[in-house]
Ligand binder design. Structure first.
Ligand SMILES: *Cc1c(COP(=O)(O)O)cnc(C)c1O
Length: 389
């Protein structure tokens, strides 16, 4: 028996803030409560059938059973470039400005290994998807947290970053439409980001996982639409949310050639690319009829309207989001985020996520994911009205 000791990088990770929620969820379920889970950002809808059919065909072809090309199949990269040009009007060189990813999470986690040295700073929003700061820590970097608050419309205020921090920063992460706050960014904000990145020589990584999950005709812009953006950074996309493919593990990064090459170099030494049959199915998704995307948007918009209206009637403060499948709900004044999450779970059998679990400035909020059907959301509203707060 040897003594197993975790590495410093694992020891450095913040404690898992959702452990307590997970424990309570099990306890409530064990009591026989019919739990409504609005906790996890994982679409409940199935992958559209034409994508599954394509996977089935591609899976039977022995050519697809071998190692794929590290940076992605040419066909997939060309599909990405066509989709990008159609969707954002931004041309991409499929050979040098696109790399396939095993989901965008993989790309985010590996990016700092390519560009952050121990002691370097990465500018990370807070609250945020945890992978930005964890990827930074794994590379030995130091996250500097940019608070996202109601006052700044959940956009980082770059003018508050001390110049000596900006000088040490190698990477800047942003994410719009945003998880967890559901905020959206304007092209004007992206312009400020480009100017800031140019001034301090910082690589920008824009996580656009929710670019297609938007409502009421709103079309979120790409970071790369802004002049100079390709000179400073990359954008990450995922098929996970757009086509209900979270379990398939496919995404892509596009933009600055040198950044794409650096990320690709890390990847070629760690993973061996995405199963070709999945890339071929991904091509069917990107090149195919986009009716499924509009249907997905309509489903979430309807759910959003039901839950937002219901929560407001119940007396809670929430903005109606223009994108993402999250509601960022203010907790009533006499509760903390953790207390309100616990209250909703133990009294109403509803799982939500405490905002501070995504970073300290998320305190005062809970996140609800629109990942259950509308009857269940109506039921959730009814329960909240019944138990009060
Ligand atoms: C869901 C999500 C992703 C997508 O991750 P994949 O690895 O592509 O499934 C990326 N970023 C954010 C902020 C997300 O919420």
């Amino acid at each position: 028996m040897i003594k197993i000791e975790k590495s410093e990088r694992l020891k450095k990770l913040p404690p898992y803030l959702f452990a307590e929620i997970d424990r309570m969820k099990e306890e409530v379920r064990a009591r026989g409560v019919d739990v409504i889970d609005l906790g996890v950002g994982d679409p409940d809808l199935p992958t559209p059938p034409h994508i599954i059919t394509r996977l089935n065909e591609a899976a039977t072809d022995p050519q697809n059973h071998r190692y794929p090309s590290y940076s992605g199949m040419n066909g997939f990269k060309f599909s990405v470039a066509r989709w990008y040009e159609r969707r954002f009007g931004v041309p991409l060189d499929p050979q040098t400005e696109v790399v396939s990813l095993i989901g965008s999470k993989e790309g985010i986690a590996h990016l700092p290994l390519a560009f952050v040295n121990p002691g370097d700073v990465a500018l990370v929003p807070s609250p945020a998807y945890p992978v930005y700061h964890i990827g930074t820590i794994f590379a030995g970097g130091e996250p500097y947290y940019m608070p996202l608050t109601k006052e700044n419309h959940f956009l980082p205020d770059l003018t508050t970053i001390p110049p000596e921090v900006a000088e040490k920063a190698r990477l800047l992460f942003i994410n719009y439409p945003n998880n967890p706050t559901a905020a959206v960014a304007t092209v004007d904000f992206f312009k400020k980001v480009v100017a800031f990145a140019e001034k301090y020589n910082i690589i920008v990584c824009h996580d656009a996982a929710y670019s297609e999950m938007a409502f009421d005709g709103y079309r979120p812009p790409s970071f790369l639409e802004v002049e100079g953006a390709k000179g400073v950074g990359i954008e990450l996309h995922s098929l996970s949310k757009t086509y209900n493919m979270t379990g398939w593990r496919i995404g892509f990064a596009v933009g600055n050639k040198e950044v794409i090459a650096g990320l690709g170099q890390v990847k070629s030494n760690i993973d061996s690319g995405v199963f070709q049959a999945i890339q071929i199915a991904g091509m069917a998704a990107l090149d195919g009829d986009q009716t499924c995307v509009r249907e997905m948007q309509a489903v979430y918009a309807e759910r959003r309207d039901i839950l937002v209206a219901g929560l407001k009637e119940a007396g809670l403060n929430v903005e109606k989001p223009r994108a993402t499948f999250y509601l960022w709900v203010e907790v009533p004044r006499r509760y903390t985020s953790a207390e309100f999450t616990a209250h909703l779970l133990s009294k109403a059998g509803i799982v939500t996520t405490p905002g501070n679990g995504f970073g300290a400035p998320g305190e005062g909020y809970i996140r609800m994911a629109l990942t259950v059907g509308k009857e269940r959301l109506q039921e959730a509203v009814q329960r909240i009205k019944n138990v009060g707060f």
